[in-house]
Design a protein around this ligand. Structure first.
Ligand code: DAH
Length: 361
């Protein structure tokens, strides 16, 4: 018996002083492993008489169980103290200010595009997209601009070589976002309300023209859409975009091959001391082109003429960015001059949303 309590005492001590998992494992092996002290004691039971076995068996077994339990407890203790140690050594001060990094800024074109999307989204328009390299068909023909049409010359088109092997004809860099109208109507063949912002290209370069610029196209198709809806949508857009309580728009009769009737839209403004003010004054400034979708365009996309009608419009994104943020030269948009970007760029905290003061709806 003495021997057993000696053994017990020895292992209780060893377990208690084990400080790591591997030390504890060594203790377990030397007590309960195949050749462990307690294991060999238990093996002795085999050579004992029945009576002896009945007395010693339970004692050995309870010793084994006790040692097993203590090892388990000690394992938990070790784990806990390791965790505590880690938490102390890996302490992180969340109140320290972050290291300053070089921050970029959002380009005015990105900012204004997001503003435009937010405003039209609030009126139920979704965003549609189309390719920048377009076929002649989508950029011109389907929009009622046949090859001999004089409007083709006005567009200063960049042509892109077609693939001769497949016999595909010349492509163009799209000269406007209007082809997205066609692609979208072909897809949905029914009512829709979309805007399509994106890059367009024309061979032109001066203070107000660059070979690449941005437009946003608008299109609404349904059974009873009228010019009145167009006027309301554009007024609401201008009010929200220019952040003025009242706007006055003037619809000036015009001509686009893809709309009938067509109107260029001017906004009331004043120019005083070289300062532009939208919404008041005696001047008018042209801001976009619009009209009712031409029957030939509806026909080209297979929309029943007797069933559907709709309006369309096209706005220059860079142009309205210049007006809203007082940027004088369009060419500077694409110079990648860091000083310019810092001055006219936006922080991503300025991300536009209808609830962030963008609109006076
Ligand atoms: N695509 C025209 C352009 O680039 C702009 C435009 C005018 C678009 C009238 C329209 C529209 O959808 O109805 O000059």
């Amino acid at each position: 018996m003495n021997e057993i309590s000696e053994l017990r005492k020895k292992y209780l001590n060893l377990i208690d002083s084990a400080e790591t998992d591997s030390e504890l494992e060594d203790v377990r092996i030397s007590a309960l492993g195949k050749k462990g002290e307690i294991t060999s004691k238990m093996r002795e039971l085999g050579s004992m008489s029945m009576e002896q076995r009945q007395v010693k068996g339970p004692i050995f077994n309870s010793l084994k169980d006790e040692i097993n339990d203590l090892i388990k407890d000690q394992k938990d203790n070790i784990e806990e103290s390791c965790l505590k140690l880690r938490m102390e050594s890996e302490w992180l001060d969340l109140s320290r200010s972050p290291r300053l990094s070089d921050e970029g800024s959002l380009h005015p074109v990105s900012q204004v595009t997001e503003e435009v999307i937010a405003i039209f989204a609030s009126m139920g328009f979704t965003v549609a997209d189309g390719p920048q390299i377009e076929s002649d068909y989508y950029n011109f023909d389907a929009l009622n601009i046949p090859p001999e049409h004089p409007a083709r010359q006005e567009f200063d088109t960049f042509y892109v070589a077609g693939d001769e092997r497949s016999g595909s004809p010349l492509n163009v860099l799209r000269t406007h976002t209007s082809p997205v109208q066609i692609r979208h109507m072909e897809r949905v063949k029914g009512p829709c309300k979309i805007i399509a912002p994106g890059r367009v290209f024309r061979s032109d370069y001066d203070q107000t023209h660059t070979p690449m610029f941005h437009q946003v196209e608008g299109l609404a198709i349904d059974k009873d859409i009228s010019m009145a809806n167009l006027k309301w949508v554009l007024e609401e857009f201008c009010r929200a975009f220019f952040e003025v309580e009242t706007v006055e728009l003037r619809f000036r009769s015009s001509h686009f091959p893809f709309t009938e009737p067509s109107a260029e839209v001017d906004i009331r403004c004043s120019w005083i001391d070289n300062q532009l003010k939208i919404g008041e004054g005696e001047s008018w400034m042209e801001i976009l082109g619009s009209g009712m979708v031409h029957p030939k365009v509806l026909e080209a996309v297979g929309l029943g003429l007797d069933k559907y009608q709709g309006f369309a419009f096209g706005v220059g994104i860079d142009r309205i960015a210049m007006l809203k943020y007082g940027i004088p030269d369009l060419r500077s948009f694409f110079d990648s001059d860091l000083r310019w970007l810092k001055h006219f760029g936006f922080s991503d905290n300025d991300f536009p949303a209808m609830h962030s003061g963008l609109s006076k709806f």
